[in-house]
Design a protein around this ligand. Structure first.
Ligand SMILES: C[S@@+](CC[C@H](N)C(=O)[O-])C[C@H]1O[C@@H](n2cnc3c(N)ncnc32)[C@H](O)[C@@H]1O
Length: 282
């Protein structure tokens, strides 16, 4: 009888708080922050004042100080985040976020600065909650390594190369400047990085082109080489699309994030601090 494969995750009971919270981490974070603020604002002043009033005045601690409440809030959100087993970086965000809010209130910046910050963040990260891939640029060592892969791939016939999630266009512009006969393009979902790449392409003197859009809606069959620098969360879906659409003899190259359970034909380590490049031949 075939034995069912159970992952360790399914065997371990979920922590009680995680069972109550929504699945998405940012929703969990918002709920934890709100819960802590409500608890501290609603219960803490009365309880602390009535139980520790004497000790506090003896120590010269005044509850008027907002920093006392901030400290309490940070301790509480950190505990709740730990109880919910949120990843470590979220616990840091939990601690830094309220300090930043209070700090910014003290600086007293005009509202337009916040509006500008909001617009920049929105257009830079756009639908990250849906795509699960934020913007961060690749390394020059990665561009050179990919250039080397293209030089070795096939004969001298021009290639159609696509960067899925092309950011501000660094990689595609570099390739287009080195391999002038190739057709190099990028597709980017977030408006700000796409606009930057499109303007750079205009002044670059290369033939690189950038489209504003979602690579998930693009036909991969049109390309000889597809490069991705995305995130581990999307690699299984990307690979499924690559396998379904890219013809034999083409290449899929991923920086830093390998395709799970697939052995890459080549793994290139471009430089000490640059991530590995995983090359898959279709
Ligand atoms: C890690 S950055 C890599 C940028 C660029 N490829 C480089 O090497 O510098 C990933 C980019 O993919 C974009 N992205 C994420 N999901 C996407 C999607 N479904 N369609 C198009 N772009 C996407 C993000 O907005 C982000 O700019």
């Amino acid at each position: 009888m075939p034995s069912a494969k159970l992952s360790v995750e399914t065997l371990l009971p979920k922590p009680w708080l995680q069972r109550l919270l929504p699945k998405r981490l940012w929703c969990q974070a918002l709920l934890i922050q709100t819960l802590s603020i409500l608890l501290i604002a609603g219960l803490a002043p009365g309880v602390i004042n009535s139980v520790f009033a004497f000790e506090l005045s003896h120590l010269g601690i005044s509850l008027e100080h907002v920093w006392i409440w901030l400290l309490l809030h940070i301790c509480l959100v950190s505990l709740l985040a730990k109880a919910a087993q949120m990843p470590v970086w979220w616990r840091w965000i939990h601690a830094i976020f309220p300090v930043a809010v209070l700090g910014m209130q003290h600086i007293n910046l005009p509202a337009t600065v916040y509006l500008a910050g909001f617009i920049i963040t929105l257009t830079l990260y756009w639908s990250v909650h849906n795509t699960r891939v934020p913007f961060y640029p690749s390394f020059p060592a990665t561009w050179r390594a990919l250039h080397h892969v293209l030089e070795q791939h096939g004969d001298d016939a021009p290639l159609k190369v696509l960067d899925i999630g092309s950011g501000i266009g660094d990689l595609a512009l570099f390739l287009a400047s080195q391999r002038v006969h190739d057709e190099v393009s990028g597709i980017e979902i977030a408006p700000l990085p796409w606009a930057v790449s499109a303007v750079r392409a205009l002044f670059s003197g290369t033939s690189a082109r950038f489209t504003l859009g979602d690579y998930r809606e693009l036909d991969f069959a049109k390309f000889d080489v597809i490069f991705a620098y995305l995130s581990p969360a999307v690699m299984p879906d990307v690979w499924q699309k690559v396998r379904a659409e890219m013809p034999a003899g083409t290449l899929f190259v991923s920086s830093e994030f390998p395709v799970p359970d697939m052995t890459a034909q080549r793994i290139i380590y471009p430089q000490k601090n640059a991530p590995a490049l995983y090359v898959y031949s279709l």
